[in-house]
Design a protein around this ligand. Structure first.
Ligand SMILES: [Zn+2]
Length: 433
């Protein structure tokens, strides 16, 4: 099939140099003036330059899309080079020629497809849908658009002053039953780092139901879903009624859980037990600007985060991760904050000078996270969801007695699964891509 097709194109194809100034017109049957545009293709030494211009606009710049030959050959969509069913590239790179060039090319205006016959021995033929090419064009605007609207939504940082305006509520049963509520909740969580789910049934299984709408619970050495209640002899300070200092969970994991979901089944009736939340990325920005030395210390000096213990259900554990408090991604943007007073090891494998300046910087950080912390008490039947890599959370002290206690069920989710779910939902709900 492919060979026949290639042969036909070879016979009819015009040599590449004749196409250097190819101009094609395309018109839709419905509205000629509106949809009419011309595509001009220019071949340079290593790229195709595609120019698109709406013909009814006399002036105005041509849109230029540039595609390296090597990229086009690598992304051939034919059945030998690409397995559509698994969305996977299957072309062999063992004999791939990175300096491959087109022998012939043409733009099939009836199908809006760029056809390229390559100068390899087999004269391999590739076809590229024009919309497919446009969606992948290398312009700065297009790359930014893709990253913001499909890769991951941009985070919007908040402060104590505007927290009320960014905090959104979602409905438990709507999330269970409808994709748009699930999408809106996860999108809000990705942007603001915090969101509330209301009207949750009062059973211990609901946190699992909500997690399974996203994907699956992120397991840790404490298990999958966990219960937070004051109890004697607990192996984690979260169970005690003393105030829980602001922190991020599980900083000793290289792959730390991304999101906390905490279902409030019973809330303390006594004074206290308010949640504390701070947008830590905002604090990182403040420190970078106003306290550069402290920012540098918390970004560079490696701290030993650890957890030692044993849970009834599993073997003993001794986790250690050596990492700074502020961790940055591949583009040098803040990606994660490690902070936990209890889970910081007394083995601090840094120089004495670094240790001294690190403590000074920590004190500034703690001052700022308290200055910007919001306080609120979650109601029974709500699930508080928040970004564990970005927010610091804590809880004020409260009195625990036989008639007054507090009961939460929590679990973790991973950002990988959340972003994946968002993209799938976005395609389903036709919110572009
Ligand atoms: Zn191919």
């Amino acid at each position: 099939m492919l060979r026949q097709f290639s042969k036909r194109i070879n016979v009819n194809a015009i040599r590449a140099r004749d196409f250097a100034q190819l101009i094609l017109f395309r018109a839709s049957s419905s509205d000629i003036d509106k949809d009419k545009f011309e595509v001009k293709i220019n071949q340079t030494n290593e790229t195709f330059e595609l120019y698109e211009k709406k013909v009814n606009i006399a002036s105005g710049k041509l849109k230029k899309f540039e595609f390296p030959f090597v990229y086009l050959r690598d992304n051939c969509q034919c059945e030998f080079c690409y397995h559509a069913q698994s969305s996977s590239r299957t072309l062999s790179w063992e004999n791939f020629d990175v300096s491959i060039k087109p022998k012939n090319f043409l733009f099939d205006d009836s199908r809006n497809v760029l056809k390229v016959i390559w100068n390899d021995n087999e004269q391999h033929t590739s076809e590229y849908d024009y919309e497919w090419l446009k969606a992948r064009n290398f312009s700065i605007e297009n790359r930014e658009h893709y990253l913001k609207t499909f890769y991951r939504p941009d985070k919007k940082l908040w402060t104590k002053n505007n927290f009320k305006s960014i905090l959104q509520n979602f409905d438990f049963m709507k999330i269970i039953e409808t994709d748009h509520e699930l999408y809106d909740w996860l999108n809000c969580l990705a942007i603001h780092g915090v969101a509330i789910i209301k009207n949750t049934p009062q059973t211990e299984n609901e946190i699992r139901r909500i997690a399974e709408r996203v994907g699956f619970i992120r397991r840790t050495h404490y298990g999958e879903d966990f219960t937070v209640k004051a109890k004697e002899g607990a192996s984690n300070v979260a169970y005690l009624t003393a105030p829980l200092q602001m922190h991020a969970d599980l900083p000793y994991y290289h792959h730390a859980p991304g999101v906390n979901i905490l279902h409030c089944l019973v809330q303390s009736k006594s004074k206290g037990a308010e949640n504390l939340l701070t947008d830590g990325f905002q604090i990182v920005n403040i420190m970078k600007q106003d306290h550069p030395e402290e920012f540098e210390a918390l970004s560079k000096i490696l701290v030993n985060w650890y957890d030692v213990g044993k849970e009834e259900s599993g073997p003993p554990f001794h986790s250690i991760l050596r990492a700074p408090m502020f961790c940055f991604d591949y583009e040098n943007k803040i990606e994660r904050i490690n902070h936990s007073i209890p889970q910081r090891d007394s083995f601090f494998t840094a120089s004495v000078e670094d240790v001294k300046r690190w403590y000074k910087a920590l004190a500034k950080f703690i001052e700022l996270i308290h200055r910007e912390a919001v306080e609120f008490k979650t109601e029974e039947g709500t699930i508080l969801s928040f970004d564990n890599s970005r927010l610091l959370h804590g809880r004020k002290q409260y009195e625990d007695s036989a008639g007054n206690y507090r009961h939460l069920v929590g679990a973790y989710l991973d950002w990988d699964e959340i972003y994946s779910r968002l993209r799938v939902l976005q395609k389903e709900l036709k919110k572009k891509y």
